[in-house]
Design a binder for this molecule. Structure first.
Ligand code: ZN
Length: 340
């Protein structure tokens, strides 16, 4: 099969890779209908994360089940399925509490590389959720979004305790931040402030439910959020970047007693204890347990109540993956969908 491999920072190649096979009786092999490039794929692409030799890339996926192992009971060949970037058994205590991304048997799907024609998915019964029918082609991008960016934005909104009638601020205008806006709108937020300085992203944020746009960053951005909230700060703040600046911006934009939902993969963030102590905010986040939300998200998508697939503003054949990475790296594209 063909698959995407990162050889060194900036060096993305599409190569022949071995066809995946059933290795454990709990595995499934799927044929990808679509896959995509994640903001987190840009960390190694930019050399901010180490690249140790050629690495298969990709952890977002939807597709049709080709084959299942002998212990797989729920997932059947021919089904269209959506899964998350952590495989999980969905039966252990941590999974049952809704934290499948920290399952005691969690396996990182990214290590297997779903930017490819086929992928082996471990723990298929716990990981994969089938759609009610084979979805219409125009639903595929939205279902793919559910695999990570929508599920992550949704978790961020839940972790930030978004409720009906509240004010939410969103730090980060990548796909996750934009879909955090959509999630906040679905969860009933009254006011949603998107922090973005990029016009096309502001536009999409408004389509997803943002009521206000703040272009300032850092302390100026915080001051603007305070201005818009009677000096108090937002009830809920979604942090979808993962840098020191974005994290402090999120904490400082939250009112005492409010909640920060942080889902930007943390890079060299260290929090000042004294400031955190006196802020009085709740902090919750981490790798999103996307599996928890998949049944609900698939339903919202298949009944056409939400259209998160709008975050894909570039679609390319898998063979042109390198251009897909470049476009995102240069912020010419919000998110690249790859068609195997
Ligand atoms: Zn588990």
């Amino acid at each position: 099969m063909r698959g995407v491999v990162l050889h060194a920072p900036g060096d993305i190649r599409v190569e022949d890779r071995p066809d995946p096979t059933i290795e454990a009786p709990t595995d499934a092999v799927i044929r990808l209908a679509a896959t995509c490039v994640c903001g987190s794929d840009l960390w190694p692409y930019r050399g901010i994360e180490d690249v140790n030799g050629p690495a298969p890339m990709g952890h977002e996926y939807v597709g049709v089940v080709e084959e299942v192992g002998s212990d797989v009971r729920k997932v059947k060949p021919g089904q269209f399925v959506v899964g998350s970037f952590f495989a999980s058994d969905n039966t252990c205590e941590i999974c049952r509490a809704g934290y499948q991304s920290r399952c005691v048997h969690a396996e990182l799907v990214g290590a297997l590389g779903t930017q490819a024609q086929y992928a082996r998915i471990p723990l298929a019964d716990g990981t994969l959720v089938a759609t009610p029918d084979l979805p219409a082609d125009d639903l595929v991008p939205s279902l793919l979004a559910a695999s990570d960016v929508l599920g992550t934005g949704w978790f961020a909104a839940v972790a930030a305790d978004v409720r009906p009638g509240t004010t939410v601020a969103v730090v980060g205008d990548g796909a996750v931040g934009l879909l955090g806006v959509l999630a906040a709108q679905q969860l009933g937020a009254e006011r949603i402030i998107a922090m973005s300085r990029h016009e096309p992203r502001q536009q999409l944020a408004r389509e997803f439910g943002a009521t206000d746009i703040v272009t300032e960053r850092g302390d100026e951005g915080v001051a603007k959020i305070k201005d818009l909230t009677n000096g108090l700060g937002a009830h809920s703040v979604i942090e979808a970047v993962g840098t020191q600046e974005s994290m402090m911006q999120a904490i400082r934009a939250t009112r005492p007693g409010g909640h920060v939902g942080y889902v930007g993969v943390s890079h060299d963030v260290s929090l000042p204890g004294d400031e955190l102590f006196f802020s009085g905010v709740h902090l919750h986040g981490g790798p999103a347990p996307v599996r928890r939300f998949l049944p609900e998200l698939i339903d919202l998508i298949c009944t056409r109540q939400i259209d998160p697939g709008k975050v894909f503003d570039l679609t390319l054949p898998l063979e042109q993956a390198a251009e897909g990475y470049r476009a995102m790296d240069e912020r010419r594209a919000i998110k690249t969908l790859l068609r195997p």
